[in-house]
Write a protein that binds this ligand. Sequence first.
Ligand code: HSE
Length: 319
Amino acid sequence: MTNSANHSAAYIPSSQSITVLSPATVANMVCGFDILGFALNEPNDELTVSISDQPGVEIINQDDFDLPTDAEKNVSGAALLAMLEECPDIKGFRLLSNKQIKPGSGIGSSAASAAGPVVAANHLMGNRFSKEDLVRFAMFGEKVASGVKHADNIAPAIYGGVTLIRSIFPLDIVAIDAPPLHVTIVHPQIEVRTADARQILKQNVLLRDAIKQWGNIAGLVAGLIQHDYQLIGRSLEDVIIEPVRSILIPGFNDIKSSCKEAGALGGGISGSGPSIFMLSETAETALAVESAMQSVYNKIGLDYHTHVTTINTTGVKIK
Ligand code: HSE
């Protein structure tokens, strides 16, 4: 971890700004609740940061989401304030936020808000902090959003690719060398609050379920590293969280079974929902999976949005 107190001050003109594309992410990756996540190439939030002579963090929203502009109550603001604490040579930051990732969608909207600004600010300050430091700052933003510090969206947003959070305290992030994967996401237009979706989880787990779950997590990580699509598919099973949370998502079981029939390797709830994601080996299958999702929600009569994309291997990008 970087000891920021020793960073020498570089002169940064306050007019200079950096714009980043901060990616949507899928947390949990089915069996890896709070420990496995991956970044997406689409959609992205566009965030512009500059150094300010005013103390604190000024937030200017350029989208229609009406997010708080009080930095302490704002996900980006909380992350930048945590960073400022370790930058004695910087008075403040100014953030222009143009979010494309709808808050509450389950594809890491809050993580994109937290990760993008700290990556942009770090560039402005000569990259004085490590990626692990940036995850640490961004987790303050995630805490504003869900009440808990978890990094399974933030780490992939910053590192790119698939990441394993072996531990949060202390932070231990492992980048997983995954094979190319196509991702199909359906976002039913209902709201599931992460805090509620965490509240309903059971606090105790049966040993036989735990054994199944850790077998699947180990199988998934091995499958990703060995680029073994069949092993990945077999391991995409969650016997602990999904049975509880899926009741919050209309049509969940039908979506899952029809996507598998369409050729998906497997998938599940994206983050805390309501989005559902599916992984496929080819772009063609990912599109067939999108049609399967559409036909289930058309039948139910529920509005939805879909995304067909791939894994973003670089994380937050400078625009
Ligand atoms: N791992 C988190 C959860 C992601 O499932 O609650 C949601 O932000």
